[in-house]
Design a protein around this ligand. Sequence first.
Ligand code: NAD
Length: 393
Amino acid sequence: MSSEERKTAVGVCGVGAIGSAHASALYGGKIAGAYLSALCDTDPERRKKCAEQFPEVPIFSSHEELLASGLCTVLMVATPHYAHVPIAMDAMNCGVHVLSEKPVAVEVSVARRAVALAKERGVYYGVMFNQRTSAVYRNAKELISSGALGELRRAVFIATAWYRTQYYYDNGGWRATWNGEGGGVLLNQAPHNLDMLQWLMGMPVSVYSDCGISLWHDIEVEDDAVITGRYANGAAMVFVTTTGDMPGTARLEITGSKGKLLVENGRLKIFINTVDERDVRNSAKVSFYRADGSWQDITPEKDGRDGHEIVLENFVAVVDGREERLVCPAEEALNSLELSNAAYLSSHKGASVSLPCDSAEFDAMIDGYRKHGRTVGAGHVEYHDEYSARWRP
Ligand SMILES: NC(=O)c1ccc[n+]([C@@H]2O[C@H](COP(=O)([O-])OP(=O)(O)OC[C@H]3O[C@@H](n4cnc5c(N)ncnc54)[C@H](O)[C@@H]3O)[C@@H](O)[C@H]2O)c1
């Protein structure tokens, strides 16, 4: 038996900016236990490029043909957003496991259908939330889960390090259109941060949002958003994102009754109160009290590998039964989508929205945007031989 036969066959559907990086990682043997078995892209130029770069790998012009070939055990879906779920569901119906690029879908209602089908068909369904593999965030998660911060009170996430030029949008074809992308910064760049927020804090019970449409670029979707939210225990969050700030900021501060953590510039710091705030409140016989403790830098070792490679390798290992848990099962990816759906709806209504939001109301809203939205044209696609630094946390 050849080594390829012992490895899991992984196909890539949509070989653009990120799909080409996934294909290169597989083709270059960087993903243990997997090999690149097939490719698919609807664009003839892309297929020509793939034939040069991955000479002996079969390439198809539609995902239906790729699935009919029976060449894939796993399919990595890296197309524009609206195609994620239809392709994923067709693959599931062929018994193929699916690792989808983020966002899992545009509408939560659509994503839920795919999650249900994966269960029914008994296939794995994961989502490429590569920032979950980052050491600072994993450490932050462990600290919170261990109770080191006590009861969570507040999260302030400034996720504005997503600067994009007008050139980026003008060349994107499907990008920044209601009909091609289904949203702007909240659906393309910020899902990583929204996923991190819900991963560390859990889900709020309500959100209020103000999405700035076409504020800093000539586009029809939002390039700026401010979301506030409340959790069941009264904790609060503020989430700020844009593709317009230069320089931007990537700063997450989470405060609990026992202290605070801060993730910024790839560093993790923590401040632990010597006394829990609840005990101070209940027993201190003074009116004012200054937190007693000190900041500790507990930045872990730098990430050794690219997070996308880790997520892909983990997915294959779970399919093969060598690992138990996916980095991000699709059910968990519903949460970040739930947050962005609720944020769009809140901004549209100018009112606070309870979670889970009314998905029929969201679907009607986005249908209306699409009806009056621009027609999607062809775009210029970038081709990457490896993962770009801009896709890392
Ligand atoms: N996880 C990350 O870090 C990360 C980074 C970049 C992009 N993404 C996500 O990956 C997806 C793709 O983004 P991109 O920047 O690579 O886009 P892109 O436009 O560069 O590439 C998309 C490719 O899909 C092809 N395509 C379109 N419809 C298709 C279909 N029905 N079947 C087969 N191929 C089809 C296009 O021809 C194109 O080559 C998006 O969902 C995006 O949000 C994720």
